[in-house]
Design a protein around this ligand. Structure first.
Ligand SMILES: *[C@@H]1O[C@H](CO)[C@@H](O)[C@H](O)[C@H]1NC(C)=O
Ligand SMILES: *[C@@H]1O[C@H](CO)[C@@H](O)[C@H](O)[C@H]1NC(C)=O
Ligand SMILES: *[C@@H]1O[C@H](CO)[C@@H](O)[C@H](O)[C@H]1NC(C)=O
Ligand SMILES: *[C@@H]1O[C@H](CO)[C@@H](O)[C@H](O)[C@H]1NC(C)=O
Length: 341
């Protein structure tokens, strides 16, 4: 049969048929129930506005996800990564911390934490422009928004995370594991993070103690002189990670290892798997001396060196706050003396 014959056989009714079929397909594409995401809808509307293709095959392409970049599954995560993007420095670094109701009460950790930047040396207040605070409950979120620009409400957590979580309680353990998930999300977006516990006081810029050599940089409770030695006692109250594929795999492995050590926090699991991590992934880890990232477990307290101070090895929120206040006064005294001299 020649092409001419086919052309002749096409009746107007046949044309209407095709038009109706195409219109129906387009309708299904744009208003299909799986386009819950408004962004998705927008994209499809935009494609629709360009006009349908000429064949049903092209129409089907509009329906498939081939043309649309893959959509992240959880919209909570969308909001989180959007905030990370906004808060990041030019070189894609962000600072991350977590807070709950107890730690965000007036004159509690959140206030002390933010204040420490203003009392810092080397003008570290600008680092606050790159800090994302993850609030673990509504009260902490409200408080955060009243004192800081980048606050993210984490809503996916099962346990009640608003109280001062007893060390190693279920709520406490859930809390520490959500942070590892957020770390992974940040790296997957191509950003590096410096995670800091909310009770770490910042005196100077801690980035000065992170080398480009290491994949992961971790604070210590006790430091024995060699930054690469796993026998240093790690403390995940401050962690820095480069945005590499290797580190993403490492965090996945770390999170999965939780199942092997149930009812254990992320720091203890890290301690259990650190040799596995170095050998499996050829992971380069740098442990930071307590001279620079200080604490009460191995107090050095030489203010000419100290960048941060973490009241670990002290139990109880009240006690920590009291000690931090003493420390802050000492630091201010040091600063005023060193300014005069
Ligand atoms: C549809 O067909 C017309 C005429 O054959 C052609 O010029 C046009 O490029 C086609 N459009 C698409 C989207 O393929
Ligand atoms: C994401 O952010 C928008 C705008 O800030 C907000 O309206 C929406 O509820 C957030 N969605 C989720 C799932 O957190
Ligand atoms: C500290 O940084 C802020 C913001 O970047 C700037 O406005 C201020 O002038 C700086 N202060 C000093 C003493 O460098
Ligand atoms: C503190 O550190 C500085 C700089 O390294 C050093 O010169 C000084 O001796 C130290 N002070 C004490 C008391 O160890």
């Amino acid at each position: 049969m020649s092409i001419e014959n086919i052309e002749k056989r096409k009746t107007p009714i046949f044309h209407y048929g095709i038009t109706i079929f195409l219109a129906a397909t387009l309708f299904v594409c744009v208003f299909s129930p799986d386009s819950k995401n408004p962004l998705d809808r927008l994209r499809q509307d935009w494609l629709g506005a360009k006009g349908p293709g000429n064949t049903t095959e092209e129409m089907e392409k509009l329906c498939t996800k081939n043309l649309v970049p893959p959509q992240p599954q959880e919209s909570h995560d969308d909001n989180f990564t959007m905030m990370i993007r906004k808060a990041a420095m030019d070189d894609k670094r962000v600072i991350l911390t977590e807070v709950n109701q107890a730690f965000s009460a007036p004159n509690s950790m959140l206030d002390l934490f933010l204040e420490s930047f203003h009392n810092g040396e080397d003008n570290i207040t600008h680092l606050l422009d790159h800090l994302v605070i993850v609030a673990m409950d509504q009260k902490a979120f409200e408080k955060c928004k009243s004192v800081h620009h980048y606050c993210y409400l984490h809503e996916d957590v099962g346990s009640d995370l608003s109280s001062e979580n007893v060390y190693m309680s279920k709520a406490y353990i859930d809390l520490v594991w959500t942070k590892v998930r957020l770390w992974q999300l940040i790296l997957e977006q191509g950003y590096s993070f410096l995670f800091t516990d909310i009770d770490v006081m910042w005196f100077r810029d801690p980035f000065r103690h992170i080398s480009v050599y290491a994949d992961l940089t971790i604070a210590t409770d006790r430091f024995f002189g060699n930054p690469e030695d796993h026998s240093n006692h790690p403390n995940t109250g401050i962690v820095y990670a480069k945005p590499t594929e290797k580190n993403i795999e490492v965090l996945k492995y770390w999170r999965e290892a939780r199942q092997r050590f149930p009812t254990t926090n992320e720091q203890t699991v890290y301690h259990e798997i650190k040799y596995e991590l170095s050998s499996k992934f050829d992971l380069k880890i740098q442990y930071v001396s307590t001279e620079y990232w200080g604490n009460f477990c191995q107090p050095n307290k030489n203010f000419t060196k100290l960048a941060t101070f973490h009241p670990c090895c002290l139990v109880g929120l009240e006690k920590k706050i009291a000690q931090i206040k003493i420390m802050t006064e000492e630091w201010k005294k040091y600063k005023s003396i060193s300014l005069k001299s």
